[in-house]
Design a protein around this ligand. Structure first.
Ligand SMILES: Cc1ncc(COP(=O)(O)O)c(C=O)c1O
Length: 420
């Protein structure tokens, strides 16, 4: 292990990690394209795209250059009362891409969800309807780790230790057929007068279990919200920027949300930035002679110029080549490659959509770290959790590299299954 690792490791607290039993993290010294170079000289392919963000690959020259250039002139400035070009250009670009007029920048996906929830609650309060104060959210949903975001994530998920501190909202199951849709419709009608907004990860619920639902269900939920004066919040932090195939997952369902959260791939995964986009109508709900009707939020590093410059460069890369095609190619390869795992003992499901492949175990493996270590030994970084073994590579991954990720997945899961 390098000297810096040994010096720092006793002081590091890792995310989502039982520090008493977890193995050491892998020291990474550099990265390029889809590959990470480890301190011991090994190169491994990243099958997770740095928690689903590194869509154009690591160290993309155009993004690195944009970061470098921006850092030469203005690396940061406060955003309350001072303006800078990268943020203003990016806001116009995002408004054009999404069709939502107003952009509120922040520094992480969780914060962008907090902002979306605050927008929704205050929108109704400003209209003299403070009773509309609850949020509809879904089983298996995950919207981040801050308190508002946890309170609208699945209640049986990662955050049960904090139950007493999170507000209870309305958790529903995503409908799967006409009967559950009828039930859901009745339920939403019954709670509409208390509900400010519905929040959903469109088409794919990520960290809460990698569950998929259809564009039709998404469109039906959207129209229920319209019928009942409930704001529709699409959390596209994971799905946005072509992960599910289209630029935004909502486009596949042909719907326009009232509020959209984006993060992760917004900067091509190179640096932290998130945004909450709101419709002209939501924005208008904050205009008033009363200063208390203003949106009370303002992170220190909101709209950081370096991050905005990276995001602009990323938008240009998306415009310059066909990412729908990249996602479609990955989808085909994942479908064919993962299919043989379907009949194995211990496998509950294999599912693929866009550039997302999921192998679901019937029960969570007891030693998930051993599975991760087996992947690394074979030259691939994958990070299965709970019952999910997922593949979400950079969207630019080459066919040969993706095949390696698939082959390693199949080998490791087949070995595991044979030991059951
Ligand atoms: C759908 C979704 N929402 C919110 C978040 C939180 O984003 P961040 O980790 O940037 O706070 C995530 C992160 O995984 C996510 O997948």
């Amino acid at each position: 292990m390098p000297e810096w690792f040994q010096a720092g490791a006793p002081h590091i607290w890792l995310p989502y990690t039982q520090m008493q039993t977890a193995p050491d993290a892998l020291p990474v010294v550099s990265a390029e394209g889809c590959r990470l170079r480890l301190a011991d000289g090994r190169e491994i392919i990243d099958g997770t795209a740095a928690w689903w963000s590194m869509c154009h690959g690591y160290q993309h020259p155009a993004i690195v250059q944009a970061i470098h250039e921006q850092s030469q002139t203005l690396s940061h400035v406060m955003f309350a009362g001072l303006a800078h070009e990268s943020a203003y250009r990016l806001a116009a670009e995002l408004a054009q891409l999404t069709g939502l007029e107003r952009v509120f920048f922040s520094d992480s996906g969780s914060t962008s969800v907090e902002v979306a929830l605050k927008m929704a609650l205050q929108y109704w309060r400003n209209q003299g309807k403070p009773r509309k104060s609850k949020i509809i959210h879904f089983t298996h949903g995950y919207h981040g780790d801050t308190f508002g975001a946890m309170s609208v994530s699945s209640r049986d998920g990662f955050h049960t230790a904090y139950d007493s501190l999170t507000t209870r909202h309305f958790q529903l199951d995503i409908p799967e057929d006409e009967y559950s849709m009828a039930e859901c419709t009745d339920m939403i009608a019954g709670i509409a007068d208390k509900t400010a907004a519905l929040i959903i990860e469109p088409l794919v619920q990520g960290a809460g279990g990698m569950k998929f639902h259809s564009p039709d269900v998404l469109a039906a939920l959207r129209s229920l919200c319209r019928d009942h004066d409930i704001l529709f919040i699409a959390d596209e932090i994971m799905t946005g920027f072509y992960r599910t195939g289209t630029r935004f997952a909502c486009e596949e369902a042909g719907i326009m949300p009232d509020i959209i959260c984006v993060g992760k791939a917004l900067t091509g995964g190179h640096i932290g930035l998130a945004a909450t986009l709101a419709s002209a109508d939501v924005f208008a709900g904050f205009l008033s002679d009363d200063s208390q009707h203003a949106l009370m939020h303002g992170p220190t590093f909101m709209a950081n110029p370096i991050a905005c410059a990276a995001a602009l460069a990323s938008c240009q890369l998306f415009a310059a080549s066909d990412y729908t095609e990249h996602a479609a190619r990955i989808e085909t390869q994942l479908r064919e490659g993962l299919n043989p795992l379907r009949p194995l003992p211990g496998i509950a499901d294999v599912r693929v959509t866009g550039a997302i492949g999921v192998v679901e175990f019937a029960n969570a493996p007891t030693d998930i770290f051993a599975l991760r270590a087996e992947c690394v030994k074979r030259g691939v970084w994958l990070r299965p959790f709970g019952t999910c073994f997922y593949l979400m590579p950079p969207l630019v991954i080459e066919q040969g590299e993706l095949q390696r990720v698939i082959d390693v997945t199949c080998e490791v899961i087949t070995d595991w299954s044979q030991r059951l």
